[in-house]
Design a protein around this ligand. Structure first.
Ligand code: PRP
Length: 208
């Protein structure tokens, strides 16, 4: 790769370390020093931007980063179209409907399911496709509090280990969708840089 470095957006938070370890195991090393949010890897292959998870699709959609690493949950919520170039072997979770452990799943308040969630687009479309009327309450985090405090009996949220649900005396009532992590590309960026991007995909998919 003799060209300019590829631009890659990475999500802050729980995926950050997994991505860094995955790349390091394939010889791509970088670090964000002194709270800087842009870094370059030691080989000069990548210019990496550390962005908030929910903002990642915005940066890739606008071409600020040509590539990004992101889960299906965030991609769906963004409403943008991307190329999904590679499925990464970490970070998989499940989008679930959850509620109190002993609760039977039932529509409340005149047949409407009252659900608190961060994932309003997904929740609206999922229940619309099931012909189930849903009233959504948008939250930005710690969604498990909603049934505990009586804001809504149900939540739609990501479940990874299940420990947050368990700690709050909640349980999965229904698994709605498997969520995986992908390398995505801005379609126009891919068109102009496909050789370089394909080389990067091969590195990403190497056995460590
Ligand atoms: C996510 C998700 C759950 C939790 C699930 O939240 O929204 O709350 O992780 O993980 P577990 O099944 O392993 O317990 P996150 O930590 O990203 O923060 P948030 O509550 O602010 O959304």
């Amino acid at each position: 790769m003799n060209n300019q470095p590829l631009t890659l957006a990475l999500p802050k938070g729980r995926l950050e370390k997994d991505v860094q370890a995955h790349l390091a195991a394939r010889g791509i090393n970088f670090s964000f020093e002194n709270r800087k949010l842009v870094a370059q890897d030691s080989q000069g292959l990548l210019r990496i931007m550390l962005v908030k998870n929910a903002d990642l699709p915005v940066y890739v959609h606008h071409g600020i980063a040509g590539l990004g690493i992101c889960g299906d949950d965030v991609l769906y919520e963004s409403g943008y179209d991307f190329f999904r170039l590679s499925h990464l072997p970490f970070g998989s979770t499940k989008m679930c409907l959850a509620g109190r452990k002993d609760d039977e799943l039932q529509s409340s308040q005149g047949g409407v399911l009252r659900v608190a969630t961060k994932f309003t687009r997904f929740t609206r479309d999922y229940f619309h496709n099931q012909d189930t009327a849903v009233e959504m309450i948008k939250l930005n985090g710690s969604v498990e509090l909603a049934p505990v405090l009586g804001l809504a009996p149900y939540i739609v949220d990501l479940v990874e280990t299940g420990s947050t649900l368990k700690a709050n005396n909640l349980a999965v009532l229904q698994v709605l969708q498997e969520i995986n992590v992908h390398l995505i590309a801005n379609p126009a960026y891919y068109k102009y840089h496909y050789k370089q991007v394909d080389q990067f995909v091969r590195i990403l998919e190497q056995e460590a």
